[in-house]
Unconditional design. Structure first.
Length: 255
């Protein structure tokens, strides 16, 4: 197909027009349709119109066929005369024959350059010792011997994978929250006075159902009931007598 000037217009809104130029009009039409379907077109005004009215609302027309040398002149003429609303840039231009300056090239290549430098820095941590040929069946196909320059460990990896990993000596482990220390328990501590107890006596708790002090004994994994009393002193005395009857040694309170 010949080169020329084309127009993309809306059927429901004829005043909404886009003017463009191309060396091959058929290829440019296919490119527009492919980008419209993928939603990756550079013109956000056309994408917004398609999102609201659909791609069927747009109409592609060829205004004029001209040579490649006069594309920009004719495109600028139609932009000035028709004043298209879909054109973001009101000045015709393209990248045909454009020569990039050295500063522009550096800006374009700055991102891949940084990525390559990072990969080089990471690869420098490993040194290629040898490429296994006879021992490929044991180690694995197409794997090399790499030695860590910091700790000296040998890794059997491919060149592509070794540039992405780090040795164990380079990994910094994050310290988590400190664990709470386990409570210190005293074996057979039936007479240890606890500060977190409301009564101040071991094994004596308040029973809300009957509004009395309850005495209990935990012995060999079993919880034994020693009765309920009006005062905590009486409950403690009854608990002491129960321990004596069970032949359990009574320890003095810890201050």
């Amino acid at each position: 197909m010949a080169s020329g000037i084309y127009k993309i217009s809306s059927i429901t809104h004829p005043d909404r027009v886009y003017i463009g130029s191309a060396k091959d009009l058929i290829i440019r039409l296919r490119t527009h349709l492919s980008q419209f379907r993928k939603g990756k077109h550079i013109n956000y005004l056309l994408l917004g119109h398609i999102k609201k009215y659909g791609i069927e609302d747009l109409k592609f027309e060829i205004i004029e066929e001209c040579s490649i040398d006069s594309l920009l002149i004719r495109e600028q003429y139609f932009i000035d005369s028709l004043k298209p609303s879909f054109n973001i840039c009101k000045k015709a231009g393209n990248t045909l024959g454009r020569k990039w300056t050295e500063s522009a090239r550096n800006k374009r290549n700055i991102k891949p350059f940084i990525q390559r430098e990072k990969q080089k820095e990471q690869v420098n941590f490993f040194k290629l010792i040898a490429e296994p040929i006879l021992s490929r069946q044991r180690i694995g196909y197409n794997k090399n011997h790499y030695e860590c320059l910091i700790c000296g460990d040998i890794h059997f990896q491919t060149e592509r994978y070794i540039a992405k990993i780090k040795c164990k000596c380079q990994i910094v482990f994050k310290l988590g929250k400190p664990k709470r220390p386990k409570p210190i328990t005293i074996k057979n501590g039936y007479n240890v006075k606890r500060k977190d107890n409301t009564s101040g006596y071991p094994g004596i708790t308040w029973d809300r159902s009957v509004n009395k002090w309850r005495a209990r004994i935990k012995h060999k994994g079993n919880l034994l009931d020693a009765g309920r009393f009006q005062t905590k002193e009486a409950a403690h005395y009854a608990r002491q007598q129960k321990l004596l009857s069970m032949n359990v040694p009574i320890r003095p309170w810890h201050s």
